[in-house]
Design a binder for this molecule. Structure first.
Ligand code: IPD
Ligand code: CA
Length: 288
């Protein structure tokens, strides 16, 4: 870890984790309870299918307001409009609804992701998470992690279970989650890579929330996850949940996960799938 990404020794990562959890739970309740009957698309971003609902912005605004009161010296970086700079060196990275298309359609596979990070989350490779929480407000799953403190899953009011990644016997036995971006050219590349890899793994899952996909690697309900095109808000909390559960998260080449690629799995599976992805990229091309 480079020096400027080393958290200060007195950083209370447990307190940050607890705040991540509190905020993700509160925003999760808001998007379920406050969902309008006539929910529609409020606006679009990178393409016509990259949608924002009124609840994405409301969820982010809620978290942003809470943080402005509780942590006024920290910066804020969210998927929707309204960032803020800070002076503490800590930035809150928030995906107010990860899996917005599932949310729009009423598919119960979406989440709120809240993380505290050191460094600059707008720059690939220049930041690291120190605490995070991912909440699926429909299933009641709440994944949390703090640097050096492990990762847990609590479902509803149940006990907190310490998470450990699963290591399947071989690449052929590996259940792989992945996702697709919103731009047509990117998707064609992703489909071509998938066509290369599909015959060599157990099967593929496309669940629709990258933050939850990462947490599923951590709890062993999938064996691995890869995707090109993620942003810090998709990744920040889930990255830490996986590494604190004993997994490896990188860009497939040993460097920090970045927009070009995020690959997460238990160590041996990570190495095998990383090699398979690199050979797929050699056949398909680097893409954009
Ligand atoms: C998306 C989801 C999806 C992934 C996309 C993300 P959003 O986030 O995480 O699973 O495949 O790349 O953009 O738009 O629902 O917040
Ligand atoms: Ca997202």
């Amino acid at each position: 870890m480079s020096a400027n990404l080393t958290p200060p020794a007195d950083l209370d990562v447990r307190a940050l984790r607890d705040l991540c959890e509190q905020l993700a739970r509160e925003a999760g309740a808001l998007i379920v309870d406050g969902r309008p009957d006539d929910l529609g698309v409020a606006s679009t971003k990178s393409s016509a299918t990259d949608v924002v609902t009124v609840m994405d912005q409301r969820s982010q605004d809620l978290v942003r307001e809470r943080l402005a009161a509780a942590r006024p010296r920290d910066a804020f970086y969210g998927e929707e409009e309204g960032g803020a700079s800070g002076e503490s060196g800590l930035t809150w990275v928030v995906d107010p609804i990860d899996g917005t298309v599932n949310y729009l359609y009423g598919l119960p596979a979406y989440s709120v992701s809240v993380a505290a990070v050191i460094g600059d989350p707008a720059t690939d490779g220049a930041w690291r998470p120190v605490a995070g929480a991912v909440v699926n407000p429909v299933s009641g799953e709440c994944y949390v992690a703090a640097l050096g403190e492990g990762a847990t899953l609590q479902v509803g009011d149940g006990p907190r279970r310490t998470l450990r990644v699963a290591e399947p016997e071989s690449l052929g036995q590996t259940l792989v989650a992945t996702g697709f971006g919103y731009e047509a050219g990117r998707r064609r590349w992703q489909a071509a890579i998938l066509a290369e890899v599909l015959g060599d793994v157990r099967d593929i899952r496309r669940l629709g929330s990258a933050a939850l996909d990462l947490c599923r690697v951590a709890d062993g309900t999938v064996d691995a996850f890869y995707e090109r095109g993620l942003n810090a808000w998709d990744l920040a909390a889930g990255w830490l949940v996986v590494t604190e559960a004993g997994g490896v998260v990188d860009d497939g080449t040993g460097a920090d996960p970045r927009t070009a690629m995020v690959l997460a799995a238990a160590p041996r599976t990570h190495a095998a799938l990383g090699a398979r992805l690199r050979s797929a990229i050699a056949v398909v091309g680097e893409g954009d």
